[in-house]
Design a protein around this ligand. Structure first.
Ligand code: GCW
Length: 752
């Protein structure tokens, strides 16, 4: 966790901003009380009734449902099927006996199906969690089979079928196999035991309150249902900055209640643990991973957990990072630390996710060779091959920290004999904290599709294939998303932000899906199939990342936000002259981090050689990452033909204009979406339009004062009194904007 900001003015903005949006949303909620209530809680599982015309083709659906097994997950699957069909089609499927599977939707694993119909076989082998939807004749009767290698796969098949009905896809003669791309499809929650969520923007924890597991876990069960519906099979319930108390016997007993509500949905529970636990809560005088009593302590602790939670998934470990203790205390490696825990978990089938987010946050900023981006590779590449097979190295997509734009971490190609998973951030810590619209699927796709060119001329090796273990034939790997849903009715604070959770799940299942396909599915399920709604929301969501980037973090400089405090308001000065290493190195002459091998920190040399070449040369380095890799004068001319400084001015003005356009785009949907969500989203977008102008003016004025180079359109550097408020905003937003701008520029005046 980062220390508090020394910039008091910046902090005032945050409080003010939060109070403002809170007030706006309360007003919106009051106004909308009379309208049809859709608070967003049902997300993509609304199952709203199809029109009679749309429902017609489904009249041919079987009228019974047959369950072939008795496992809890299968019962959940059948309940879900009944619920979805009843709500969408107004039909009650009648459960009937397996011995007479007539005119039925049949649910069961492949092994169970074969008892009934030995000759019915999927066209390809089903992997764990993969499913097959098949219209088949069984004992002479027309049936629809939902089968899978395991019970969880059957549940996923049911959700897929219901999604098709909701999106009005045809089902006649269906014969479809879907297989997950990778076995690990997990979310992490950064929930603290006191009920707060680190970097959570959707209300307090659904799991914990006041140091205990909540007595009412209804929401936790509903969350497991949401996760299962998009193929997510694991959830880590507590902050990676883990409280050692989670391993107390009495607490484990409480946690087992959460596992109980996850289990029917096939979601495995796991916990984050503090590596120093054997010492700080276990009574030992050391936590040295190579000390035999420490190994014994972990073994006993893990056995104790499995007695309570037999399907426990494993642990996530954040060590030697941001003040957390780790193996370096005893001169041991991350592999020593991961393995001692992994060996305790192994007999039970559990895994350790060891995070690669290990870096020194007291770096000397005066040394131009220092570079936080190098840390993950420097720490983990040397121990490649030293980790046990049930250890997974969890690597953030970029080498810094979920900035609005980063290149991919070179570590993805730097581990060849070690399992890995990519860590993506669903909660919008650096990307607008759910108050700004920022659909992250296009960002994630760029990262996952990025070709690491591991084998110079022997075919592509994209990040998605590396993390899934496909390139180096690893037994396990995949995708982890930091979700941070909370008690807010709509889970993430904003109904539109749930597209990120949905998109994460869909990409983890199939990273080859396009962002367009994902947003079309999500919008249909969340708002219905009105063509104007589909088109407008798709356009807004698909453009939103670029819009946010253009007014907050140009040319790969990183998010120019207040990195010492809220990670939200503009605060470019906070990046410099401290040890956190999120430097952009802007001075009076130029901007950007020189990470070249030739003259810089050498970071670029961590990539495979073809990628190294791409970034090392100014001629081939893409504009959108230029300042991540190179320090250039403000007058440097981009591939686009613009100078760096003019690009920064233009992109901020363009971004703020486009943020304002979101308001007018959204307004075209009045009456096409329910009033409650319409008003909630409108309030957020109006606020965003105002804050985008604050960002625009803060960054443009800051860089103008640093560089002394005028905007060739004459927009930048005006006194506050002459600043033009954004057009088309309501009075509250307008006042808010003006106050923020005044504060912001007063703050900048201190730096003159
Ligand atoms: O991005 C940073 C966040 C911290 C977080 C850390 C991490 C949970 O600002 O709040 O701590 O990353 O990923 O461990």
């Amino acid at each position: 966790m980062k220390s508090t900001s020394p910039f008091r003015a910046v902090r005032r903005f945050a409080v003010f901003g939060a109070a403002f949006i809170g007030a706006t949303l309360i007003c919106a909620a009051l106004v909308s009380q009379s309208a049809a209530a859709e608070d967003g809680a049902e997300v993509w599982l609304r199952y709203s009734a199809l029109s009679p015309q749309a429902a017609k083709p489904y009249q041919r659906l079987p009228s019974h449902s047959v369950l072939l097994g008795d496992a809890a997950v299968l019962h959940t699957a059948q309940q879900e099927l009944l619920r979805g069909v009843a709500q969408m089609l107004g039909r009650t499927l009648r459960p009937s006996a397996a011995s007479s599977p007539q005119d039925a939707i049949i649910l069961g694993t492949l092994a169970q199906l074969h008892v009934l119909a030995p000759a019915v076989n999927p066209p390809q082998e089903l992997r764990s969690d993969g499913y097959w939807l098949k219209a088949a004749k069984i004992h002479g009767s027309k049936c629809l089979v939902i089968t899978a290698a395991n019970e969880r796969g059957v549940l996923y098949g049911v959700f897929a079928l219901l999604s098709k009905i909701a999106r009005e896809e045809g089902l006649s003669n269906i014969d479809e196999v879907q297989q997950p791309y990778a076995p690990i499809r997990w979310v992490n929650q950064w929930d603290n035991l006191d009920g707060r969520i680190e970097r959570g923007y959707g209300g307090p924890s659904i799991f914990f309150a006041d140091g205990n597991v909540r007595s009412d876990l209804t929401r936790a069960g509903e969350y497991a249902r949401l996760l299962a519906s998009i193929g997510i099979n694991g959830c880590t319930i507590n902050n990676v900055n883990a409280a050692p108390g989670v391993l107390e016997e009495s607490f484990i007993a409480q946690v087992s209640r959460i596992a109980d509500v996850f289990r029917p949905w096939g979601v495995q529970l796991s916990m984050s643990v503090d590596l120093s636990s054997p010492k700080v809560m276990g009574g030992l005088d050391t936590f040295d991973p190579l000390d035999p009593p420490v190994a014994e302590w972990w073994r006993k602790k893990v056995d104790e957990i499995y007695r309570r939670i037999p399907d426990f998934g494993g642990f996530v470990v954040k060590a030697d990072s941001e003040g957390r203790l780790g193996p370096s205390t005893y001169g041991r490696t991350p592999a020593d630390a991961a393995n001692v825990i992994a060996r305790a978990l192994k007999p039970h089938g559990g895994v350790v996710f060891y995070r690669a987010f290990v870096y020194n946050h007291h770096l000397d900023w005066r040394d131009p060779k220092n570079d936080r981006a190098k840390a993950a590779y420097d720490n983990f590449h040397p121990v490649d091959g030293a980790f046990d097979d049930n250890v997974i190295i969890q690597i953030k997509n970029g080498p810094i920290d979920f900035q609005v734009r980063e290149p991919v971490s070179p570590l993805f190609a730097g581990l060849r004999r070690t399992n890995e998973a990519v860590e993506l951030q669903i909660t919008q810590e650096y990307t607008g904290q759910q108050r700004h619209l920022c659909f992250l699927v296009p960002t994630w796709k760029e990262a996952l599709d990025f070709d690491m060119r591991v084998y110079f001329d022997a075919g592509p090796t994209p990040v998605k294939a590396l993390v899934a273990g496909r390139v180096f034939h690893r037994p396990v790997g995949g995708f982890v998303g930091v979700a941070n849903v909370g008690m807010d009715a709509n889970w993430l604070g904003s109904p539109l932000a749930m597209a990120n959770l949905y998109g994460f799940g869909r990409l983890a299942w199939n990273p080859d899906l396009s962002a367009e396909k994902i947003i079309d599915e999500w919008t249909s399920l969340t708002f219905g199939r009105d063509p104007l709604v589909l088109k407008t929301i798709a356009s807004m969501q698909l453009n939103s990342w670029h819009v946010y980037e253009s007014y907050t973090g140009p040319l790969g400089a990183g998010t120019l936000t207040n990195i010492l405090g809220n990670h939200y308001d503009p605060g470019p000065e906070s990046s410099e002259e401290n040890g956190w290493g999120q430097w952009h190195r802007a001075d009076h002459a130029g901007i950007g981090m020189d990470r070249t091998v030739a003259t810089g920190t050498g970071y670029i040399g961590q990539y495979p050689s073809a990628v190294e070449k791409l970034y090392e040369s100014l001629a081939s380095c893409p504009d959108n990452l230029l300042l991540f890799f190179h320090h250039v004068p403000y007058t440097y001319v981009l591939h686009s033909g613009k100078t760096v400084i003019q690009h920064i001015y233009d992109s901020h003005y363009d971004g703020a204009d486009r943020a304002r356009d979101f308001v007018s785009q959204w307004k075209t949907l009045e009456g096409h979406v329910d009033a409650e969500r319409y008003r909630d989203i409108l309030a957020r977008l109006e606020y965003q339009a105002g804050q985008a102008v604050v960002w625009r003016d803060a960054i443009c004025n800051w860089i103008y004062r640093l560089s002394g180079i005028a905007d060739d359109q004459g927009r930048v550097g005006k006194p506050v009194s002459e600043a033009v408020p954004p057009a088309g905003l309501n009075a509250d937003v307008h006042n808010y904007f003006t106050s923020l701008l005044t504060l912001r520029l007063a703050h900048l005046d201190q730096f003159r």
